[in-house]
Structures are given as structure tokens and as C-alpha cells.
Write a protein that binds this ligand. Structure first.
Ligand code: MTE
Ligand code: MO
Length: 356
């Protein structure tokens, strides 16, 4: 990869949106400010006093709620790992034109809010309800489609007890870039599901059609391929960068000897059941030790004792979940550059002059 490969178009996005520096994998909960950010259009300015949430469509009673109304209800807090579906996009050749993530578009937040199901029950959703549409306040144009940011969930998913309408991240009011004053949190699903700056929740008796649902966020082999709509996160494992970085290349420098490699793995389909590590570019693999089990909601820690010998090495880690999904060794290209969960490759130079 050379920097000149990247276009001004991508740089404009990369300077607005930011990833989690991978040393942030050391934290169970990503500190605010290190949590990755992805904003399609502009961060809307929202006044907490005039903002309202509207719930309508196939419901017995439409509701209009203020932030105080929402905050006064029984609340719940959930630790949730969120990953952008475009994570890994910049590794594809040719590179689809969008936010050029390498591997850093993942974080874990502690989200506080009210269960979505409680509001839907209060509104009384009709038996013919099929999907629930979430509309944000942000608006823009993408591929000629002018739109408010909208995504839908099947009713069964919307009624899951762990789905939240969140007004806090890590114990403070949502920062503007993370969706102030209210956002959706759907554990296990890719980032685009978690609609920020929510203004409206609409219950439909037929499937929703929208740009962010049916055009983008599909794994499609070519533009006209209907492909598959994305939902849950495919498994991925990442390593806390070992040793120290070289400023120019960000290659890792470590002294010879035994070191413990550590990282995190997650999957939205089933709990992580296995992580393997290769210290020879994938020729041989060995089992990493897994930390405490986690469900589909949060990442799981892993560790691996590695005897570093002088020279350059390519370190890989590969996650498998309990449903049998495993990370591919090579990226699988698709039009929008989504769901590329190919294994990460970390180049390490082992040198005796590096201080331990
Ligand atoms: N309203 C709205 N919601 C949105 C987005 C957006 O652009 N507008 N981006 C989505 C995408 S693609 C991702 S990956 C997550 C990112 O959430 P974060 O910025 O809080 O990490 O928000 C999702 N929710
Ligand atoms: Mo995303």
C-alpha cells in the first residue's frame, strides 16, 4: 500500500471519520474519543429542549416523546461491540470508493437507554407489522439518492429485549458525533443498523425500501446483483499492536524473546469459540488461549505466547464462532467493499537493538 493510491475523495472521508487506534483494543470498554466514528452526511445540531421522537405507522397509538419523557423510564445499560460494515474496505483491489478503513472501525461502548420493545408495546404494534423503520435527522445525497438516513429491522429483531434506544455512552450524554440525543443499539449487527440522531420510528406492514437498506450495505458481486443484505457482523480477530511502532511505516518493532500477543475477537452470529495465531504468514497455526466467554454482544479477549526470533515476521490471528463461521485468509471483493473480514496481517521486525 502506498499513500498515493488514496484519492482526495477518500481523504475527505478519512479526516471526518476516524477509527479506534488499535492500541485501544487493550480496553474492555473503548474510552469516549477513541470509539470509532462513521458519519455519512453532517453531524446535525440538535437542541435537547425542542427535539422529539415520533412513533407511528401500524400502531394503535402514535407517540411523541421528549428527551425527559424517555430518560424518566426504566433504563438498561449494555456493553456492545460495534463494527462498521466497511471495516477492511481499503484492503480490497480495486478499492470501492467510500470510507477507506483498514481494520480500525470497531469499538465497544457501554450504552444506556430504554428497551425499544417497551416503547413499541406502549404504542401497540398491529399484528400485520413486518418491519420497523428508524429515521435519523441527518440528510444528504448518495449515488444520486437524496435521503434522510434510514434503516429498517424486521419486527422480531426490533422486539428483542436487548435492543436499546440509547441516550448515554460510557455514563455521559451521547456526544454529538455518536448520535445525540438518541440512537438505536442492536447488539450483534453491523454499525449501519445503529441509527443515530433518531427522530422517527415507523412500523410498516410491508418491507421497507431505502438506499441504506437495498442499494448500499449489500454484498454484491456487481452493481445489478441483488446480493445479500447485511445484518450481523462476521467474525474477526484483531491484535493489540505488539512492541513499538516505527513512525514512518507503523511496522512493529520488538526485541527477540518470548512475548505475549493479545487481542480481541467478536462475531454477531454466535459466540467466539476459537482463535488461532500464525507467526509465519499463515503456513502454520496454533491455538490462542481465550479469555472469559462472551456472547454475540461483546468482544472476547485472547492471548498467545510467541517466541520472537530475529528477522521480519507476519503475524496473523483468525477467529471462528460457534456457528462455524471462520475468517477467510484473503479478502472477498464486492461492489461496496463491505464485510471484508479477511485476517489481519501484522508485520513485526524482531531486532536485538529494540529495548524490551
Ligand atoms: N443517522 C445516522 N446513523 C448512523 C450513521 C449515519 O451516517 N447517520 N452511520 C452508521 C454507520 S455506517 C455506523 S458504522 C455507525 C457508527 O457509529 P459511531 O459513529 O457512533 O461509531 O453509525 C450508524 N448510524
Ligand atoms: Mo458503518
Amino acid at each position: 500500500m502506498t499513500i498515493s493510491d488514496f484519492t482526495l475523495y477518500e481523504l475527505q472521508k478519512a479526516t471526518r471519520n476516524h477509527g479506534m487506534p488499535l492500541e485501544g483494543l487493550a480496553y474492555d470498554v473503548t474510552p469516549i474519543g477513541m470509539h470509532y466514528v462513521l458519519v455519512h452526511y453532517d453531524v446535525p445540531y440538535v437542541s435537547a429542549t425542542t427535539w422529539r421522537l415520533q412513533i407511528d405507522g401500524r400502531v394503535a397509538r402514535s407517540l411523541v416523546l421528549s428527551l425527559d419523557d424517555i430518560r424518566s423510564r426504566p433504563r438498561a445499560t449494555k456493553r456492545v461491540t460495534m463494527e462498521c460494515a466497511g471495516n477492511g474496505r481499503a484492503r480490497l483491489t480495486p478499492r470501492p470508493r467510500s470510507q477507506p478503513w483498514l481494520e480500525e472501525a470497531v469499538s465497544t461502548g457501554e450504552w444506556t437507554g430504554i428497551p425499544l420493545a417497551s416503547l413499541l408495546q406502549e404504542a401497540g404494534i398491529h399484528d400485520d407489522a413486518v418491519e420497523v423503520v428508524f429515521t435519523g435527522l441527518d440528510r444528504g445525497e448518495q449515488q444520486g439518492h437524496q435521503q434522510l438516513y434510514q434503516r429498517a429491522l424486521p419486527v422480531e429483531e426490533a422486539l428483542r429485549p436487548d435492543v436499546l434506544l440509547a441516550f448515554e455512552l460510557n455514563g455521559i450524554a451521547l456526544p454529538p458525533q455518536h448520535g445525540f440525543p438518541l440512537r438505536l443499539i442492536v447488539p450483534g449487527w453491523y454499525g449501519m443498523t445503529n441509527v443515530k440522531w433518531l427522530s422517527r420510528i415507523t412500523v410498516l406492514d410491508k418491507p421497507f425500501w431505502g438506499y441504506q437498506q437495498n442499494v448500499f450495505y449489500r454484498i454484491a458481486a456487481h452493481e445489478d446483483d441483488p446480493g445479500i443484505q447485511l445484518s450481523r457482523m462476521y467474525p474477526r480477530s484483531l491484535m493489540i499492536p505488539p512492541g513499538i511502532p516505527a513512525f514512518e511505516t507503523r511496522e512493529r518493532l520488538v526485541p527477540p524473546g518470548t512475548i505475549t500477543l493479545r487481542g480481541r475477537a467478536w462475531s454477531g452470529w454466535a459466540p467466539i469459540s476459537r482463535v488461532e495465531v500464525s507467526a509465519d504468514s499463515g503456513a502454520t497455526w496454533a491455538e490462542a488461549e481465550l479469555g472469559a466467554p462472551s456472547g454475540i454482544e461483546t468482544w472476547r479477549t485472547w492471548s498467545f505466547r510467541w517466541t520472537a526470533t530475529e528477522g521480519r515476521h507476519e503475524l496473523l490471528s483468525r477467529a471462528t464462532d460457534a456457528a462455524g463461521n471462520v475468517q477467510p485468509l484473503e479478502p472477498v471483493w464486492n461492489v461496496h467493499g463491505v464485510a471484508n473480514n479477511a485476517v489481519q496481517r501484522v508485520i513485526v521486525a524482531v531486532r536485538p537493538d529494540i529495548e524490551g
